[in-house]
Design a protein around this ligand. Structure first.
Ligand code: DP6
Length: 347
């Protein structure tokens, strides 16, 4: 990573920035760590970044603060909470690069359900890295920013990029970063997200994937087959080959859920609405609509559609029993600094 630069401990004047980042959805899934401490993925993953959902994060470094002060969706995080520890560790990595010990006030807001399998940690840490590095006047390369985001939450490494991104697998101790594969304009896929349950998931991804590696008999096969899936997905994206990407993505998703379901204790993220939405997507495929499904560590069904097919798919999913609402999105751009003034949700 870049050489450390020193920031004055008293320079509090303009050390604040707001950034926005979008969640991403993995088509080729990440589930498993080669290094749980450094958070290095054991499998390569390929994702699309969404434009309709966003995290906005405001970071202010302040010489008067005795400790980081963190507010998520209007709620102050206890400093001992898991989320607060992860945010502070991410800030520590940036403070080390800037050569400062200044503490920060972080206010972050998601315009979509948090921790419900909609990749809020991905957009959250991507926005945090962009906002905090800009506030510290660190001119990070996308690679360095992506490595710092990955250490916090691997899927966040992908949300630094717009369109299509890949996070390669690494070995223990290897500091991997995501790369952009193609822009949103290259292939403007559309996404309909069927919300099958609101509220946080039962078991978070970080613990879940550690448990899977330790207990699922399918885990070795999952890791063994992931590189070929990622390579084939790269080609399908570059050739805009929808049927191939559909088949690879559904297979990667179902392999990951097979690993989850055979983890002890079992990670059962689906509910009845999830299953009904999958069946509806199967019927649409039989009717010739270009759509495929993917799901993450939660019950929501993400329907990825060929350009122009999103509206019809969203309408069909909205009528599935148990689906409370459907979000629609195109593909979004990279995480970035935004100029709009933060309207502070915490006192
Ligand atoms: C199922 O990136 O949240 O969404 O690195 O432990 O923070 P940590 O995990 P996280 O895992 C995401 C898992 C997934 C699949 C994916 O996005 O690739």
């Amino acid at each position: 990573m870049g050489a450390a630069k020193r920031v004055s401990q008293t320079a509090v004047g303009d050390m604040f920035t707001t950034a926005a980042a979008h969640p991403n959805i993995a088509l080729i899934k990440y589930w498993g760590k080669a290094d749980a401490i450094l958070n290095v993925p054991a499998v390569s993953s390929v994702s699309i970044t969404l434009d309709a959902l966003a995290t906005e994060t405001h970071v202010r470094f302040d010489g008067m603060l005795p400790a980081d002060s963190l507010c998520l969706n209007g709620n102050t995080l206890a400093p001992t909470s898991n989320q607060a520890r992860r945010i502070t560790a991410c800030l520590d990595a940036l403070r080390a690069l800037a050569g400062t010990g200044l503490r920060a006030r972080v206010e972050t807001h998601n315009d979509f359900p948090t921790a419900a399998g909609l990749a809020s940690s991905a957009s959250g840490f991507a926005a945090l890295v962009v906002a905090a590095s800009a506030a510290l006047k660190l001119d990070l390369s996308p690679t360095t920013a992506s490595k710092i985001a990955r250490a916090a939450s691997a899927s966040a490494a992908r949300s630094l990029f717009g369109g299509f991104a890949e996070l390669p697998a690494g070995a223990a101790g290897e500091d991997v970063a995501a790369v952009g594969l193609a822009s949103a304009e290259h292939w403007p896929l559309e996404v309909a997200v069927a919300i099958c349950a609101e509220g946080p998931k039962a078991v978070g991804s970080t613990q879940g994937m550690i448990d899977s590696a330790a207990t699922s008999p399918f885990y070795p096969a999952w890791v063994e087959t992931a590189a070929a899936d990622a390579a084939a997905a790269r080609t399908a994206i570059s050739e805009r080959d929808f049927p191939t990407l559909a088949s690879l993505s559904e297979s990667s998703c179902l392999k990951m859920h097979a690993v989850m379901q055979t983890t002890r204790p079992a990670l059962l993220y689906w509910n009845a609405a999830t299953m009904a939405a999958l069946q509806r997507i199967r019927h649409m495929q039989q009717d010739g609509i270009e759509v495929f499904f993917t799901m993450d560590a939660g019950p929501q069904v993400k329907a990825v559609c060929a350009p122009g097919a999103g509206g019809e798919v969203a309408a069909a999913l909205a009528s599935v029993p148990g689906v409370s609402r459907v979000l629609t999105s195109g593909l979004g751009g990279p995480a970035r600094v935004i100029v709009s003034p933060w309207d502070g949700r915490c006192d």
